[in-house]
Structures are given as structure tokens and as C-alpha cells.
Write a protein that binds this ligand. Structure first.
Ligand SMILES: *[C@@H]1O[C@H](CO)[C@@H](O)[C@H](O)[C@H]1NC(C)=O
Ligand SMILES: *[C@@H]1O[C@H](CO)[C@@H](O)[C@H](O)[C@H]1NC(C)=O
Ligand SMILES: *[C@@H]1O[C@H](CO)[C@@H](O)[C@H](O)[C@H]1NC(C)=O
Ligand SMILES: *[C@@H]1O[C@H](CO)[C@@H](O)[C@H](O)[C@H]1NC(C)=O
Ligand SMILES: *[C@@H]1O[C@H](CO)[C@@H](O)[C@H](O)[C@H]1NC(C)=O
Length: 791
């Protein structure tokens, strides 16, 4: 399970618009205290030795005692074990989290019954912090027509659990007027014992917080702001260090999409909040694996139908990754788990949350834009902006590159990023300042220009971010322009004494084509944990998504932002993820007996690869987006309700797949909480019944590789015909048989896809194609990814 951490780490530090470097430097210092580990013992036996004789509480207590016994036998003292353990997972997950020395952790790992022991990793939230805003007078209500939340108004009885930084319960998102009573199978709770103002209702039906892992890392006593499911991000009074706030998972993202739905109809999906992220403290991360695992365990036991998680770290071995483990247990309980792909794009291999049982979501634009123009040297270039203030008059302003405006001693390269404290007021006063994207948050650059007395900011893209321009709620007049225009602008400034420019006021434009376009920040494949599975799975709107805002924080979410608005627009895979959760919830309403894999298949095979101009979805450099950025395509909720055929997978299929990629059968049996044997005839990874097909490492000579697939008819009797709608370059793809006849609903048919290498060169570094099964009414599409062996 070698992963390319070097690549991920590099891409994060260059692409994440956060202070990654800062945290990397400080984090080791925190490790001076005893580190935390998660000891994973697998699944709980559902009806094991305790089979109905003892109560549930008794069973949990016994399980916790067994954890003290196990750790006590290593530490030589049961009391020490009791002190060290800060979580016992005893419901559907079996394991514990404890503070241990490295040697003690290694000794625990040797004990029988232990699946894995891994450090309690910190994680970041998946937002790009592009907190954009629309003023109160412009609550334009443009819910995207494909909004699943719109459709989800029919999704009554569905409960969606969100793992993030908590919620702001007063938000319009949680208006429960048109909702009936809370479903009686709901077993959750509203944990407000330290925050009596926090109230659940029949929309926000539950809220919990998990902070033990975070508490162990920060090492100072927690206060009431940590002991509540309330999102601190909205708290005007809560002062967390500037910048580090950007590590927060910022719940309004989620409440946001529910708000959008509230405006689109009367959504009936219920929401439960599981807070696992807190303000980073003294260089800590925001969210810890031990807390995330506890949240998964609670959500499964509470009875949610869909879990949505927008947190992530570098991809990791599945059995040492709390999200992968938690998600596997959730899927086993019939819960669909939807996660964000993360915002480390556009570099290859940056996609996270890649386990095959997770539905991994990328982000793309909607057909709405906020163009503003920059006029300089008789050029007029278009950019994007949501700044609420504009340059006065019509006279041009003197421009300066931030690299030439550094305070004495500040490195010009860093000053060009407009870091806080970088700019010299004497040099920028009254001027338009040009700042480069990257490093710190985009809106923070504007804050620095404003602080130093600049009149406006031009934010220019670096080469990596190319054409990806984002409308942000900057604190001063500003425009964001692409790399090519930015380069021309900087060259003009370099060569012209007293260069001048003007920025026009932004407009709102709808019906923009093409849309969707993949967001450059959206993380891309290949999957670095197991390249046999294409990730991400799908894309959904994640740029400038309009949402109600709590009103307790400024639209940028920054402590120095004193503005208050009712509506805001935000970007990130964390915005697209909850939309797909809503679609999953709606499918679950219509088809309560479908497995998480069937629901995922419905969403993937009905996704569209075309934009609103009927041409392939583009990436932000305006080349056709590959499945490595958009997966199976853009979600199409109405089609997903009626997919025609589904590719299903059982939990055993997933375990067999893990056997194939090298997991230990003993560990898998423990996970399963029941006897499990790896198949004697190992599963060919090509035959894993995933809705996309990846033929990895195809031999240039010899017999062609073949992928087997099984499809179940979930529509009326029909005859389907296969078409290879796009053949990967250099590899011939044949489907047999070419027709499948289903005499009734529920029938399963098998087919084979053969890959014959004609020319290994074009696919040496991946090539893409697609097959479609169609009965005239349904289009069941699977993207194909091929890679030929290096010779
Ligand atoms: C923050 O971390 C530094 C480095 O480990 C440590 O010296 C300092 O005491 C910590 N501050 C607090 C308030 O814990
Ligand atoms: C709560 O604790 C955090 C971190 O220790 C601190 O920064 C914050 O000011 C505290 N808030 C209150 C209201 O005490
Ligand atoms: C502008 O000048 C700076 C410093 O001389 C140089 O590093 C940069 O590459 C120039 N930029 C362009 C676009 O010519
Ligand atoms: C867009 O796709 C082209 C061709 O695949 C690729 O070279 C380019 O890097 C991609 N750009 C982004 C921002 O993903
Ligand atoms: C799997 O792990 C168990 C326990 O750690 C070990 O005894 C066994 O030899 C391993 N099996 C294989 C096939 O590696």
C-alpha cells in the first residue's frame, strides 16, 4: 500500500491556499507530549457471545473492559490502561484510542485480535475558503435546477449525518415549519448540555460533538466553545488566531446547501450534525481521526441513512484511516458514505477519500458568473469578483506589483503573495496592488492590501491555477484574473513607469456557457492508494454555491471581516459533497432496499459527461476534462432516480477486493466481525463490480485482459445494447455479449469487456474511454481508464 506522500505533500503545500508550511513546522513540537494512537480491533460481533442475554449497555461495558484488559496486559497495569484510553469504540466498531509511547503502540500491534494500530492523524477541512457573498438585497434564490435538495423535498424520512465543524442551529437552513414529526427510528441526541442556546428541531434532529482526540493534542483544558455541536466559525465572539481559522471545517458550507434547498421547495430530509473539527490551536490540526471514528460509530448507531464527510488528509492505507474504516462499517450497516475529493488540484494524484466503498465527489462550476473588467494599456480583460465596494470615478489608478511594495527586509517573492504584514503602506497608498495567488487565502491578500492603504487589488493566477478565477467577497475593490492576462499585466508593469489601470464593477450573469467547468482546485486522480479504482467518482456544483449565512460571521469567515450578510456563496469540494449526499438520500427514499453500492452506481452511471453547450465538460484550462478530474461525470439527479441497471457490490465483494490488493484475511475476518475467508481463487481486480472500469497495467503482448461485470435490472423488462462510445487511444475495447435481455425486474446478467492493446504508447500514461448500455430509455454509462505496462 505504498502511497506517494511526497507528491501529495508537495501539491498541498503549493496548491492549498493555506499556511501549510507553518503547521508543518509547528506540528512536531506538539508531538513532545505522548502521542495518541487508534487501536482498531475490527467490527463488533452483532450476535456473538452476548447474544441477547445481556443488555446493550452491559455489552458496551464488557467491550470497554476487554480494551482495558488488552492494553493493561501490554502496559503491565490495568489502571494505567484506564488512564491512557480516551475512547472505547464498542457499538459497531471495536477498538480504542489511547495515549501511548511508540514502543507500547508497537507492542499492542503484536497482540492477537489487533487489526491495526495507527497514529491519531490530524486532518484539514476541505474548503477553499472562497467565501463569496451576495448582499441582502440580492438573495437571488437561484438554486441550480439540478439541485438535489430541490428534489429532496420528496425525500422525507431520510436522515443525513454530516461530519464537520458543527452547525449554527439558528440558520435559515434549519427551518422546520413544513416538516412532520421526527421519524421514530431516530436514536440520536441533541448534546447541548454546555450550550443551552443550541436547540435541535424536526429539521436538525440531532447534534453531537467529539473532542477527546483534539483535547489530547492541544493539551490545554477545553472550554464551553469546544463542548458544543455549535460551529465556532459563526461566533463573532470566538477569537481564534487569524489564519489558523482557515483550518476550520466551517459548517456553514453544509448548512448552506440545506438553505439553498429550503428556498427551492420544502426539503424534508432531516439533518444530524456530528462535530469533529475545532479551531486549530498552537499549530494543531482541526479534526482528529479518533474523534472522526467516534462520530462514525455514533452516526451508525443513531440511524442515519447517508453520511457526508468533508474532511481529509493524505490518502492512506485503508485499515489505518479512520474515514475508510468508519465508512466501511457504515456501508456494512447499509449507510451510503459521501466524501469530498478535496481541494488539492489540479495536480495529478491529489484525490483523497479514495476507498472503493466511499462515493468521492469533485467540484465544478455552475452556469453563473460574476464578471468584472480590468482595463490597462488599452486592454480590457475579464475577471471575476464579488467585492461589494468599487473604485470611485472613472480615472485610472497607479498600479504596483506587490513584489515591489514589500516592507524593508521582506522577501519580494513572499510579498508578491500579499501575506499579512508584507506590504509597505508608503509604497501602496492609494494604488491598485497586484497580488499573486497561492500560499495564503485569496481574501486575506485583499485584507493586507486594504490594511496597507491600497485602493484595490488585482489577484492574478499563478501557472498552476491557470484559468480558474473565482469570485470572492474581497474586503476592497478587487478582480481575479487568469494566468495569461496576469502575465501580460505584470510584464506591462515591469516595462512601464507609472502603469495605470481601472477595475469595473462586477455584474451577475446567468446562463454562462460552457458549464459545468471543472474547478482547478478540485483534486484529481489517479488514485494513489489503489490505482485499480478510478477516483473521484463524480462531480457536482462546488463553485460559488449560494447559501444562507448565519449572520454571526462575515462572509469571508475571517476574524477581521466585520460585514454581516444573509446570503453568501462558497466554493470547494465540501460544497459539492452535500449535494451528492442529498441525491443519495432521495434515491434511498425511492428505493429503500438498495445497497450503498447500488445507490452509488445509480449516481455514477447516469452522470453526464456533457456541459450545457452539449460538448464534453471542460477543465479550467479549457481542455476536455478527463475522468481523473470529473470521474463518471456531473451528477444528474433526475436520471439517477431511475438508472435502469445497477452495478451492485456486497460487503463480501469489498472484502474480497481487499484480499486481492494484499490485505490479510485474518484482519478482514476481524473487521467483518464474522468468519471471512479470502476466496481461494483470488478476485481479479478487473472483475470487481465497480461502475467504472479501470484496466491497469495492461500487458502490451499476450492475451487481452478481460473485465467481468454484473448488472441488475432495476427497471421494467427491457433489452439493452452495448456501445463503446469512446475507445481509449491504442487499446481496442470489445463488449460481449452486445445485448442483454431482462425479462423481469431484479434479473442479473453478466458481460465481459476485453482490452486488446494495439499500440502501448498512447496509453502508457493513461487513456480514457467509455461504454454505454442503452434500452432506448436509459443510458447506463461507465467510464474506462486504461494504462499499459511500462516496457
Ligand atoms: C505552543 O507550542 C509551543 C511549542 O511546543 C510551546 O512551547 C508552548 O508552550 C505552546 N503554547 C501553549 C499555550 O500551549
Ligand atoms: C476557549 O479555548 C480556546 C483554546 O484554548 C481559547 O482560544 C478561547 O479563547 C477560549 N474561549 C473562551 C470563551 O474561553
Ligand atoms: C517582472 O519583473 C520581475 C523582477 O524583475 C521578474 O521576476 C518577473 O519575472 C517579471 N515579470 C514579467 C511578467 O515579466
Ligand atoms: C486540463 O486538461 C489538459 C489535457 O488533459 C491538461 O494538460 C491540463 O493540465 C488540465 N488542466 C487542469 C487545470 O486540470
Ligand atoms: C495475517 O496476520 C496474522 C496475525 O497478524 C498472521 O498470524 C498471519 O500469518 C497473517 N497472514 C498472512 C497470510 O500474512
Amino acid at each position: 500500500m505504498v502511497i506517494t506522500t511526497a507528491m501529495s505533500a508537495r501539491s498541498m503545500s503549493t496548491r492549498l491556499e493555506l499556511l501549510v508550511v507553518f503547521v508543518f513546522i509547528v506540528a512536531p513540537a506538539l508531538a513532545a507530549t505522548k502521542p495518541s494512537y487508534i487501536v482498531y480491533l475490527g467490527g463488533r460481533h452483532s450476535h456473538g457471545d452476548d447474544g441477547g442475554v445481556i443488555s446493550l449497555e452491559e455489552a458496551h461495558r464488557t467491550a470497554a473492559e476487554s480494551h482495558y484488559d488488552l492494553l493493561g496486559s501490554v502496559l503491565g497495569d490495568r489502571e494505567k490502561a484506564r488512564d491512557a484510553i480516551f475512547y472505547s469504540y464498542t457499538k459497531n466498531i471495536n477498538g480504542f484510542a489511547a495515549r501511548l509511547e511508540a514502543e507500547e503502540a508497537a507492542a499492542v500491534a503484536e497482540r492477537p485480535g489487533v487489526v491495526s494500530v495507527f497514529p491519531d492523524r490530524g486532518r484539514r477541512m476541505h474548503t477553499t475558503r472562497s467565501w463569496q457573498f451576495l448582499g441582502l438585497e440580492r438573495p437571488d434564490g437561484s438554486v441550480p435546477p439540478w439541485s438535489p435538495w430541490e428534489a429532496a423535498r420528496y425525500g422525507q424520512h431520510i436522515i443525513i449525518g454530516n461530519l464537520d465543524s458543527g452547525v449554527w442551529p439558528e440558520s435559515l437552513s434549519f427551518n422546520d415549519r413544513e416538516l412532520g414529526p421526527i421519524p421514530n427510528y431516530w436514536k440520536g441526541a441533541c448534546r447541548n448540555e454546555h450550550d443551552k442556546t443550541f436547540k435541535c428541531n424536526s429539521k436538525l434532529i440531532g447534534a453531537r460533538y467529539f473532542n477527546n482526540g483534539y483535547a489530547k493534542v492541544i493539551g490545554v483544558p477545553l472550554n464551553d466553545t469546544h463542548k458544543t455541536p455549535r460551529d465556532g466559525n459563526g461566533h463573532g465572539t470566538l477569537h481564534v488566531g487569524h489564519r489558523r481559522r482557515f483550518w476550520l471545517c466551517a459548517a456553514p458550507r453544509r448548512s448552506a446547501s440545506s438553505a439553498a434547498s429550503a428556498r427551492g421547495g420544502s426539503p424534508r430530509a432531516r439533518v444530524a450534525a456530528y462535530r469533529v473539527c475545532y479551531p486549530p490551536f498552537n499549530g494543531s490540526d482541526a479534526c482528529y481521526d479518533s474523534d472522526i471514528l467516534a462520530a462514525f460509530e455514533a452516526a451508525i448507531a443513531d440511524g442515519v441513512h447517508v453520511i457526508s464527510a468533508s474532511v481529509g488528509a493524505d490518502p492512506n492505507d485503508y485499515l489505518e484511516d479512520a474515514i475508510a474504516i468508519g465508512a466501511l462499517h457504515a456501508v456494512k450497516a447499509g449507510i451510503t458514505v459521501v466524501c469530498s475529493a478535496s481541494n488539492f488540484g489540479p495536480d495529478p494524484g491529489t484525490v483523497t477519500n479514495v476507498a472503493p466503498w466511499i462515493l468521492t465527489v469533485a467540484a465544478s462550476t455552475m452556469d453563473r458568473a460574476f464578471p468584472a473588467h480590468l482595463v490597462f494599456n488599452r486592454n480590457r480583460v475579464e475577471g471575476q469578483s464579488l467585492s461589494p465596494t468599487w473604485l470611485r470615478g472613472k480615472t485610472f489608478y497607479t498600479m504596483i506589483s506587490a513584489a515591489n511594495a514589500a516592507v524593508p527586509g521582506y522577501p519580494p517573492a513572499d510579498a508578491l503573495l500579499c501575506e499579512l504584514g508584507a506590504l509597505d503602506g508608503k509604497k501602496v497608498m492609494g494604488k491598485i496592488v497586484v497580488c499573486m495567488r497561492g500560499g495564503n487565502p485569496r481574501v486575506e491578500k485583499g485584507e493586507e492590501v486594504s490594511r496597507a492603504g491600497g485602493a484595490a487589488m488585482i489577484l492574478v493566477n499563478d501557472e498552476a491555477s491557470g484559468n480558474d478565477v473565482i469570485a470572492d467577497a474581497h474586503v476592497l475593490p478587487a478582480v481575479h484574473i487568469n494566468h495569461a492576462d496576469g502575465h501580460a499585466l505584470l510584464a506591462y508593469i515591469n516595462s512601464t513607469k507609472g502603469a495605470k489601470a481601472f477595475i469595473t464593477r462586477a455584474k451577475t450573469v446567468v446562463g454562462v456557457k460552457p458549464a459545468p467547468v471543472m474547478a482547478a482546485f478540485s483534486s484529481q486522480g489517479p488514485n494513489t492508494v489503489n490505482p485499480e479504482i478510478l477516483k473521484p467518482d463524480v462531480t457536482a456544483p462546488g463553485v460559488s454555491v449560494i447559501a444562507a449565512w448565519s449572520g454571526a460571521a462575515g462572509p469571508t469567515g475571517l476574524p477581521y471581516d466585520q460585514r454581516r450578510v444573509a446570503f453568501n456563496a462558497q466554493s470547494g469540494t465540501s460544497m459539492s459533497c452535500p449535494q451528492v449526499s442529498g441525491v443519495a438520500g432521495l434515491i434511498k427514499t425511492l428505493h429503500p432496499d438498495w445497497s450503498p453500492a447500488a445507490i452509488k452506481s445509480a449516481i455514477m452511471t447516469t452522470a453526464t459527461e456533457l456541459g450545457n453547450d452539449m460538448r464534453p465538460i471542460m477543465n479550467s484550462s479549457m481542455s476536455p476534462a478527463t475522468p481523473f478530474s470529473c470521474g463518471a461525470g456531473h451528477v444528474f439527479p433526475h436520471r439517477a432516480m431511475d438508472p435502469g441497471l445497477v452495478y451492485d457490490l456486497t460487503v463480501d465483494d469489498h472484502l474480497s477486493f481487499l484480499c486481492t490488493i494484499g490485505y490479510n484475511a485474518t484482519a478482514l475476518a476481524l473487521f467483518n466481525g464474522a468468519p471471512f475467508r479470502c476466496p481461494d481463487d483470488p478476485l481479479d481486480p478487473l472483475d470487481f463490480n465497480y461502475p467504472s472500469i479501470t484496466a491497469f497495467d495492461l500487458a502490451p503482448a499476450g492475451p487481452p485482459a478481460t473485465a467481468r461485470r454484473r448488472v441488475r435490472n432495476v427497471g421494467p423488462p427491457a433489452t439493452y445494447t452495448a456501445a463503446v462510445v469512446r475507445e481509449p487511444e491504442g487499446v481496442q475495447v470489445t463488449v460481449t455479449p452486445t445485448t442483454l435481455t431482462f425479462e423481469s425486474t431484479g434479473e442479473v446478467r453478466t458481460f465481459w469487456v476485453k482490452f486488446a492493446v494495439r499500440d502501448p504508447a498512447p496509453a502508457a500514461n493513461y487513456a480514457f474511454g467509455a461504454i454505454v448500455w442503452s434500452d432506448g430509455n436509459h443510458q447506463v454509462r461507465s467510464p474506462i481508464v486504461v494504462k499499459t505496462q511500462e516496457s
